[in-house]
Design a binder for this molecule. Sequence first.
Ligand code: FES
Ligand code: FES
Length: 166
Amino acid sequence: MTGDKIDISVTVNGRRYRRAVEPRRLLADFLRYDLRLTGTHVGCAHGVCGACTVSIDGRTARSCLTFAVQVDGAALETVEGLAPDEELSAIQAAFHRNHALQCGFCTPGFLMAARQLLAETLTPTEEEVRTALSGNLCRCTGYVNIVRAVMSAAEELRAEGEARHV
Ligand code: FES
Ligand code: FES
């Protein structure tokens, strides 16, 4: 404890961070303001839109509904972790290729949700893709190209085997 703050240690995209945070500090704010990882977006701030989706110990979660103190000791991944070498991951490239974004505000959340699905299966049906993305809202695209992009990424990853980063 530091004053009324609590010391936490987290790994984000493979890098370890130690910070003192107020108990009520939201994970989304911790990532954006304390760690400067602004790829995680906050849309609704109450668990509806999915823009704040991150991975916590391998499972997607709403960072706007999670307190930073809850992830003490956890391994997180954010959208910044999808392209560690500044080369687009397969799912990012598929979004680009299929025009699966317009304003891009929702895109980090969709990418993280899609990544979770493709980590579980590279042979999803269109219905499974729609279900996996059903917790994410987009006000621009109408979803068709997003679904197409995820199907395309799955196809590409199947063809490449495990060679490429999801
Ligand atoms: S900002 Fe977290 S669900 Fe909308
Ligand atoms: S691309 Fe604008 S909200 Fe999804």
